[in-house]
Design a protein around this ligand. Structure first.
Ligand code: ACO
Length: 356
């Protein structure tokens, strides 16, 4: 049975920055509140769609793997904010890349989506059915921001991260994973009217609703306990873990989870200050930044953990292979835009109003 190793990685964040000071002009909040309660200083707002962010991240991941688009057998885009319901974001990426041999599908497990997609790709490869799978986590949650709701509108941002998984004889890959869900808690974090429910003539405007305190409590329990279980299932102890890359939703959730695991804070990767919560994209963006920063060494044991709407959660232990540097680089970039974040968010303000 082959192993499935990450051989390429990349990310794409749009250029427009929405700072806490910008948010003070559109909702009743302050830099001090957002920083102390969430750890977020700024987030990115996209002028393009999820398939565009995904395609740039994927081009970097393919170059880092030294592969071309026609080498791919499958593309999975983990997202809850695709350009359209049909066609899927993954088929749009397939077309934009020219990955003519690849199947393509979207996977929605909200913020846990990347680990769900990574483990799906891992099993496809380990079963011998596929050799090279592109896994992307990408979101444009800014589409649903409603500044009359200060509890949610300060948290989310846009971006994409991607990895290429390849069949390999080399040691490494996913040592253990867990995927969980509790659909009875779906209303804790939801976007009503974002699908087919309701009468199309009397549509509510879709917006993110969340019971923050309860999501916080469940997130710490779900991420902490599932991370403990996968580490044990991998035959390791928490002392064997070199880097913990949690979903970036709130720095206090990350800190509380690390304390629950009794993990040294130096082993926890945190970049939420720069991007906020990009849902399924937080872990692959963090992974590519961790590699660039030299935080992942050959043979390193990583723990990934996430929670999200659904309610869903997931955790995985991944042992890195030998190579921690890219084979090549790609010039891929988004079309330039000079629009500010607040200019891009003008339609949100037009439909939902401001919170100040
Ligand atoms: N600015 C200023 N004040 C605010 C803001 C804001 N942006 N938001 C809420 N407040 C106020 C509240 O109104 C409340 O005021 P009150 O005491 O006068 O009533 C006070 O701050 C405290 O509110 P809480 O909701 O208790 O604040 P809390 O410390 O719980 O932080 C937060 C709220 C940040 C939302 C936190 O609960 C959290 O992070 N929850 C988890 C969120 C999360 O991870 N969501 C993503 C899930 S992933 C996915 O699937 C998309």
């Amino acid at each position: 049975m082959p192993n499935a190793l990450i051989t390429g990685w990349g990310r794409c964040v749009p250029p427009a920055v929405l700072s806490n000071a910008d948010l003070e002009t559109v909702t009743d909040t302050s830099d001090d509140w957002i920083t102390s309660r969430t750890g977020i200083k700024e987030r990115r707002i996209s002028h393009v769609e999820v398939s565009d962010l995904s395609t740039v991240a994927a081009s970097h991941a393919l170059a880092a793997a030294g592969l071309g688009p026609t080498d791919l057998d499958l593309i999975i885009v983990a997202t809850c904010s695709p350009d359209r319901a049909i066609p899927s974001a993954a088929t749009m990426v397939q077309a934009k890349l020219g990955a003519t041999r690849a199947g393509a599908m979207d996977l929605n497990a909200a913020c846990s989506g990347f680990i769900f997609a990574l483990s799906t790709a891992d099993q496809m490869i380990r079963s011998g059915s596929m050799r090279r799978v592109l896994v992307i986590g990408a979101e444009k949650l800014s589409y649903w921001l409603d500044f009359s709701n200060r509890a949610t509108s300060v948290l989310f941002g846009d971006g994409a991260g991607a990895v290429v998984l390849e069949a390999a004889e080399e040691e490494g890959g996913l040592l253990a994973f867990e995927l969980g869900a509790d659909g009875t808690a779906g209303d804790l974090l939801c976007v009503p009217a974002s699908g087919t429910e309701g009468n199309p003539l009397r549509r509510e405007l879709p917006t993110i609703l969340m019971e923050g305190a309860e999501v916080f409590r469940r997130a710490v329990t779900a991420m902490g306990d599932s991370a403990s279980r996968v580490v044990a299932r991998a035959g390791l102890s928490l002392d064997d873990i070199d880097l913990f890359i949690p979903h970036q939703a709130n720095v206090r959730i990350i800190d509380a989870t690390a304390r629950r695991l009794d993990l040294d804070p130096a082993k926890v990767f945190v970049n939420i200050a720069s991007y906020g919560n990009t849902s399924a994209a937080t872990i692959p963006i963090a992974l590519s930044e961790a590699l660039e920063a030299g935080r992942i060494t050959p043979g390193a044991n990583l723990v990934l953990a996430a929670f999200g709407g659904g309610f869903t959660w997931a955790a995985a232990v991944y042992r890195w292979g030998r190579r921690v540097t890219p084979v090549g680089t790609s010039p891929a970039a988004l079309p330039p835009s000079s629009a500010t974040a607040l200019e891009l968010l003008a339609p949100n303000i037009a439909v939902h109003g401001k919170g100040v």
